[in-house]
Ligand binder design. Structure first.
Ligand SMILES: C[S@@+](CC[C@H](N)C(=O)[O-])C[C@H]1O[C@@H](n2cnc3c(N)ncnc32)[C@H](O)[C@@H]1O
Length: 501
């Protein structure tokens, strides 16, 4: 149940726009299970080691401290903050404001706060509502510090939370950016925030307003990445990559410290420092946040790879056929109106295999008035799997649709688990399709992708912001593969891509 919850409220529900067919990025009908209170409130408490690590990121305070902990649970983070500051010899005034909505944990929270060497104040109720109202009214406290493990959970369009956040100008689809954005806004100039949050806000269009909100208000000092996605919160069985981010209000952005550890023992902690331009590329309109992990050569930051798909005259769309919505139109490949319907599993070792024997899905879809608008013209395309399994070596897996392996037709169906690269809604020239596929299958692209995307999903937007070589270089890659007459090896591809830089 817990991992299903995380899929529902973590990365799984993120979808991106699809310029070709409207919003069709649908992978399965959402589960409609009753939610436990714990999942509804995004209640995952921070363990002691992580809490101590987070508290240790703040420099020793000077003057007096006013701390904000929103979604405080049982107070683990406030406790770690106060204990760390006091054990380091901080003798000044320390006020701690903790916000919590769940009345069941409030008694524990009160006990924890009362036991601290600080003036604690517990605020019961909804943090988003209270904070947004105070900000809107220009009232409320300003904080010197904020430490957060906020709740995660989807914020629906039209919900009260969405409305409150909108009144202060923060558009977001999940509770955690709401909490972090409001807390950052409530800091005094020079105030610092440390938060543990999912990595999903680092990319994707839905979190762009949040990224902009944060960059407009201050600077990232430090990002810590847990490399093992199932260890940071292992006691709750939560599976996703989490980061700890340390930001400072109203200061110029400088270099960013990046630390990595496998898990919450921090035994193998490594540290590097990067100019901000390597974290958020200055020419990236989507302002993706890249997290360099050491083994990711920066090949693609070379100017030779400074082109987007759009610059190449190409576009990408999510496979428009959502099979469960067109169930009645599925048919056998030899039916009169059958059109090939391509799924990821039709691509085997880089080759299109169609029809697939003993296939659980349908190899074909009927062309009729109902399905016509979801079809694409027959021909050559590059397709990229939207989901790879965690075991798969590469996050990006690209293939070329070779129409010679299909019965001739006027149109084709692409299922929703595929991204389809097209040219003006039409097929690609063959050398371009081959060149794009070779490029996307390279180690350089895989490493580049991992810098900003912590999960196994490849969205159309990710491909729209991917850096490509020029169209001439793409064509030359395509010609190279054709002349080779076989699938190039990974080494051959990598050497070829390096030669383009
Ligand atoms: C991920 S837990 C973390 C708790 C605590 N910060 C920790 O690190 O252990 C998030 C907490 O936020 C609380 N919460 C959820 N929605 C809230 C809201 N709208 N306002 C205040 N608290 C909320 C939950 O009840 C839960 O205790």
């Amino acid at each position: 149940m817990k991992s299903a919850i995380r899929v529902l409220y973590g990365f799984g529900m993120d979808s991106t726009d699809n310029d070709l067919f409207g919003d069709r990025e649908i992978v399965a009908e959402p589960e409609r299970k009753p939610k436990s209170k714990k999942s509804e409130l995004g209640q995952f408490f921070t363990g002691e080691r992580i809490a101590a690590f987070m508290a240790g990121l703040f420099p020793q305070p000077r003057g007096s401290v006013r701390l904000l902990d929103a979604g405080a649970g049982q107070g683990a983070l406030t406790k770690a903050f106060v204990e760390t500051a006091r054990s380091r010899g901080f003798k000044g005034r320390l006020e701690a404001h903790v916000f919590e909505k769940d009345e069941e944990v409030i008694p524990d929270l009160r006990t924890a706060v009362a036991g601290l060497d600080a003036d604690g104040k517990v605020f019961e109720g909804d943090f988003i509502e209270r904070a947004a109202t105070m900000i809107k009214l220009g009232r409320g406290d300003r904080y010197t510090h904020s430490i957060l493990n906020p709740p995660y959970g989807k914020i629906n369009t039209g919900s009260a939370h969405r409305g409150f956040l909108r009144t202060v100008g923060l558009e977001t689809v999940n509770l955690y950016p709401g909490f972090v954005g409001l807390a950052f806004e409530m800091l005094a100039d020079g105030g610092e925030l440390v938060a543990i949050i999912p990595r999903s806000f680092c990319n994707g269009p839905y979190y762009l307003p949040f990224r902009r909100w944060m960059f407009a208000r201050g600077a990232i000092l430090h990002i810590h990445l847990f490399e093992s996605r199932n260890k940071a919160f292992k006691s709750d069985g939560v599976l996703q990559e989490n980061i700890i981010i340390h930001m400072k209000r109203s200061v110029e952005q400088g270099d960013v410290k990046v630390t990595l550890s496998t898990d919450d023992t921090f035994e193998d902690l490594s540290e590097t420092t990067h100019p901000f331009g390597k974290i958020v590329y200055p020419d990236d309109p989507e302002a993706f946040i890249h997290i360099p992990t050491g083994d990711d050569g920066e090949l693609l930051s070379a100017p030779a790879f400074g082109h987007t798909l759009k610059d190449l005259g190409l576009a990408v769309a999510t496979g428009p056929v959502v099979d469960f919505r067109l169930r009645g139109d599925m048919c056998a490949p030899d039916d009169a109106d059958a059109v090939p319907l391509l799924y990821t599993s039709h691509f085997v070792d880089g080759e299109l295999v169609w029809p697939k024997e003993n296939f659980k899905k349908s190899n074909a879809i009927r062309r009729n008035a109902n399905t016509e608008k979801w079809m694409m013209p027959f021909g050559v395309y590059t397709i990229v799997k939207r989901f790879s399994s965690k075991e798969e070596r590469r996050r990006i897996v690209a293939n070329v649709v070779d129409p010679a392996r299909l019965p001739a037709n006027e149109v084709l169906g692409f299922e929703n688990h595929l991204n389809v690269i097209h040219k003006g809604k039409k097929p690609l020239p063959e050398d371009v399709a081959q060149g794009i596929a070779v490029f996307l299958n390279s180690t350089a692209v895989d490493r580049y992708f991992r810098r900003f995307n912590g999960h196994t999903q490849v969205n159309a937007t990710d491909l729209r912001t991917m850096r490509f070589p020029s169209i001439d270089a793409i064509r030359s890659l395509g010609t190279w593969v054709k002349e080779l007459g076989r699938r190039p090896t990974d080494d051959e591809i990598d050497r070829k891509i390096e030669s383009l830089a």
